[in-house]
Each structure stands twice: as structure tokens, then as C-alpha cells.
Write a protein that binds this ligand. Sequence first.
Ligand code: MRU
Length: 340
Amino acid sequence: MSGYTPIRILPSEGIEVLDQTLLPHEERYLRLETVAAVAEAIRSLRVRGAPLLGVTGACGMAIAGEERGAGPEALAQAAAELRATRPTAVDLGAMIDEALAAAGEAGGEGERQAALWVFAERALARQRERDAALARHGRELPGLEGAVLTHCNTGGLATGGEGTALAVIAEAWRAGRIERCYATETRPLLQGARLTMWELGALGIPGTLLPDTAAASLIASGQVSAVITGADRIAANGDGANKVGTYGLAAVAARHGVPFYLAAPLSTFDANTPSGEAIPIEFRGEDEVGGFGDDRWSPDGGGVYNPAFDVTPAELIAGIVCESGVLRPPYGPAIAALTR
Ligand code: MRU
């Protein structure tokens, strides 16, 4: 970590989350003590990034136990509310299910509440360990030399630990293998411009920001040796959903012989989803396109197409880094073995 953490767990009370919608201008923590407040923070991307959504989901269940009681019906209702906030990242639903299981194994009401907090703290600690292992495996990836390109935000802000793709980049930087990280702006919510550039600065890694529309010509120019991003859900065959625009980067990278990698913990793999076609894609509102925040630059009412994610077919992915190592195609058998 680089002196900031996106989440603080306050057992029996609630959580504090760094409001990522305010970055990089303001570092403000919000205290969340109700399921509704956690759901709002997730929906508004105050907390975001697949692994951090998982941790936040676990915390939301512990908060539900305090706020509504830890009986099976109250917990099931809270689980449904939290799960409905963002459909693509599999970590969210998976951690909620694990929290329910942890509560189910405990005895009375007080024990279930305590078990939910213990699980939430364990989920965050486990994420930190996974990030560190993943980064170590990823730093020797072929092509991670000179300058790399990444998309969206995959640092500590997105996981609560070191991050995924950005943690790999940081390890390769510390090993002296890379000199620069190109970061796409990531319209419409600007996670690259606001968050990745901020994290690169905190890590001391030279960063270069580019409009999303400039990525194809940058790759074609031969100035990046690899493209590496995170993922929100990796299907059983290796197809991977990530921030919208990732598919285009992978396709252009393949066209120019540049390796494209995904970095994600095993919690992001979904053996129950056979291929990318079955991954639920979140579509977001009109307000996010044609402007940013209160600043509008397009006439409203014209309709928008605003998917938050797209799916990169496995055939375009040169390798998937996880805490167990680097998976190579064909991904099906390796994913089946690791998620069994
Ligand atoms: O909509 P966001 O900001 O939650 O999207 C985040 C991403 O797409 C990340 O690349 C992904 O969650 C991996 S985070 C380590």
C-alpha cells in the first residue's frame, strides 16, 4: 500500500470507505453503517473494482447483522439488496455467499454477528495476500519491458491490497523491467485519469495519460511492449469481462503482436459461467455520457449506449495472472483445476 486504503473495517460499527468519486481532488472517508448506505456507495462507484466490491459486500453483510439482526431472513434480504447493485463483478456475489455461509455455521444471534465481522476482516486480509502473490507471479511476464499500457483502475483502490494489474506493473517497475505506464482516460467515469494516474504518482511510477481513442495508434506505433488490465469476471473458458474498451485494446494488441494480459485473483474466476456470452453486463445511466458530473456538453434526451464492461475473448489473451501463477491458453482445463 502507498499510505492510503480504500476501506477500513470497524467491527460492530461499520466501515469507512475512501470516496473514490472525489479523487484525486479530495481524500474523504465516508462512514457507512447501514445496508442502504453500502448499496449506495457501490452503485455510485464510491467503492469500486471487482475485488474491493467483494470485500465491501462481505462488510455489508456484517453491517446487516448489526442493523437488522443476523437471522436467516434478514441476511437473505440484505444479500439480495447488495447483490443487485452491480451485476458484472463476480466477487461481489461470491463474497456475499461466503459471508452467508460463515454466518450459517455460527450458533446464536450474537455469534452470527461476530462471525460476519470475522469473515469481513478475513476477506480483506486474504485479498491483500492474493494481491501480493499475484504481483510476484506477474512481474516476469514476457513483454513487461519498457512501457506498458493499462486501462481503468486496478491498483490498491480497486482491491484493498496492492491491486491486480497495477500491482504487477509496480513489481515490474521495482524490478527495473519497465520505465513507464500509459494509462487510458477510461471514459465515461475516468477511472484511469482520476485514479490510476493518482496511484501511479503515489507509487512513483512515471505515468502518461491518453484519451481512450488514442490507444490504438499508440499500440500501432510500437511504443508499448504489453497491455495488462484487471478483470471483473473470467468465464470457465477464459473469456474475460473488464471495463468497457478492454476488448478493443486486446484486439488492437493482437493485430500488432503485442501481448495482452489479464491479472485477477481466483475470486474473479467464475467456473459456473461457461463463456463470455453468459456474463451479465452492467448498463449504466444517461447522466454518465455526454458530460461529467454536473458539467454537460451534449444535448440531453438523445439516448445513450453505456455498457460499463465488455468481454475479451480468450483467444486474444496471452496469459492470465492470478495468485497461483500465470495461466496460458487453453484456459479451460487450468481454470477447472484451480476453481474445483
Ligand atoms: O466500474 P469499475 O470502476 O468498478 O470497473 C473496474 C474495472 O473494470 C477493473 O479493471 C476491474 O474491476 C479489476 S479491479 C482490480
